[in-house]
Design a protein around this ligand. Sequence first.
Ligand SMILES: [Zn+2]
Length: 588
Amino acid sequence: MEITEKIREVASLVEIASQYTTLKKRGRKWVGLCPFHTEKTPSFTVDEEKQLYHCFGCGAGGDIFTLVMEKENLNFPEALRYLAEKYHIPMPSKLDAAPGEVKLEEKLFKINEMTLNFFRNNLYHSQEGLKALNYLKKRGISQETVNELKLGYALNLWKSLVDFLQSKAVSASFMEKTGLALPTKKGEYYDRFRGRIIFPISSLSGKVVGFGGRTLFDAEPKYLNSPETPLYSKGRILYGLNMTKNAVRDQGFMILVEGYMDFTALYRAGIKNVAASLGTALTSYQVGLAARFAPRLVLNYDPDPAGLAAAARAIPVCLEKGLNVTVVTLPESADPDEFIKKHGPDKYRAQIKKAWPGLKFYVDSLTAQTDMSIPEEKSRVVQTLVDTLKSIPDPVARNEYLKEAAQYLKTGEDIIRQLIETARKPLARRAEAAIPFCPAEKRLFQIMIQDRSLAAGLAESLESEIFSGLKSEPAFRTIIQSVRDEKDWDLLQLKNALSPEIFSQLTQILLEKSEPGTLEEGRECLCEIRKIFLHKKLKEIQIDIVQSEKQNDRERLLALLYEKQSITKQILSLNGEIQAQSRTLPSS
Ligand SMILES: [Zn+2]
C-alpha cells in the first residue's frame, strides 16, 4: 500500500484540524472557527467520513495533506513525514511521488556530497586553496568557522570538477542536472564554479542541495549560485538555517541577511540566530520557513538602494504570514559584515534593538516617492497599505497595525478600518456566491472523486473536449489524464491545477450530502455535459449560418447546415440515451 493511503487510513482529519481550532460536532460534520481567517461565527467544516474540510467564509478547503502543508508550512513529502511520525507509520526509505524522481534526487545528492568533499579537499591541498584560506583569514573568518560551514574551494580551471566526477563514473548529463557543469556548443562540459570560495547550501536536514561561490579573482559575478535544479530552488531555501535553527528558536527571532558573507560574519562573531535569503526577493515560502522557528524577523539587508527596496518588499510578505518584522539600517551605510568587523558583536546587538518597526519602514518607502499633499496620490498609498493590513491573520495585531498606519499617514483610523472591512468582505462573499457548476458537472465530480474505480470506468471512453469552456475543465482534464496514465491522483494535484476559487468550490461540492454514485449515473452526467457542449456548438454554428447568409456564401452555408443537422441528431439521440439509462437505474 502507498504511504499516502496508509496515512489516510489511520489519520484523523478531525484530530489534526483540532490542533488549530476547536471543533464541535454538528450533525454528521464538525464545525469550528476557521484557522485560515478570523471570524466570530464558525464556518470551518470538517467531514470526517469524507476526510475533507472546507471553510464557507474564506473558501479554504482540502484534505489532511493540504491542511498540514498549509498550517505547518511544509511541502508534500514533509507533510507525509509529519503525519507518518504522528501516527507511528513507518516511512518507506524512498519517498516522493514517482520512483524515478526519488532515484534522481538520491543520485544528485550523492554527486553534491562527492563534490563538496572535492571542494573541501582543494581548500587545504592546493596552492590556490591556500590563497583562499588566506583570504578568508584576512576577512576574519577563523579556521573553526571554515570547518563548521564546510567551506571549500573550486580551482580556477575549466575542467577540474568535471574530470573528478568523470573519474567517479558520473555521467555528463547528471553533472548538468546538478548545475555543476555547463555544456559547450561542441557538447563538451566545463565547470560552473571556477576560482571561487565555495559555500555549500543545505536543506533544513543538512543535505547539500546546491553551492554558492565567491570569486577570488575579481570575476563577474562576484557571487555565483547553483541554478534551479531538482534539488535547489532559491525561493525555498534560507541559507544556514540548518545550522542555526536552534539558535533562532532559543533567541525567539531570526536575523535575515542577504548573502553568505554577511551570514558568515555574524555567525563567526557568535550571533547565530541568522540566515541568508540568497536573493533579493523574499518569498512567502521563505517567510513561512522562518515562522516555523521564531515569531519575529529582523531584516538586515545591504544599505544600497536595491537592498532597501528588497527589505521594503519583504515587509508585507512577513506581516501577511503573521510574523513581526523589523528593519535594521546600520550607521555609515555599512553592511553587516563591515559593521561587525569594525564595531564587534555587542554594538551590532545594540543596533538590532534599535531596528525600525517594519510597518513604519514600509510606509516610509511607500511615501518616499509620493507627493502626499495630492489627495489622489495619498489615497493610492493608503490602498496599498490596506491590501497588506487586511491580510494580517491575527485580529488584535491587525488592529494595532491599523492604528499605527493611521498615525504614520495622518489619516483617520475609521477610514482605514472601513477600507479593510470592505476589502475583506468580498472574499467571504465570493466563496458563498452561486456555484458556477451545472448539476451534472457537480455530480460527476462527486462520483469520480468518491469512487476511483468508477472514475476509471468513466474516463475510459471520454474525450476531455466536452468539458471545454466549463469551470470544471481543468479538474476533469487532470483526473482523466491521471486515470489514463494509471497514476494515483489526489486533491493536491487538483489544487495545483486549479485556481484557488475553483478548488474551493470543488471542496465545497465534495462536502455536500450525497449518495454513493453508480456507473450509470456517471454516464448520465456525461450525457448531460455532452449535451451542453453540443448546444454551445450549435449556437456557434447558428451565428456562422447568419454570417454566411449575409455574405451569400452558399458553399459554406450548406456545410454549416449539414453540421447543424448532424449535431441536432446527436442531441436527440443523447436525449434518448438518457431516457434509456434512467430505465435501467435501480429503483433504490
Ligand atoms: Zn476560513
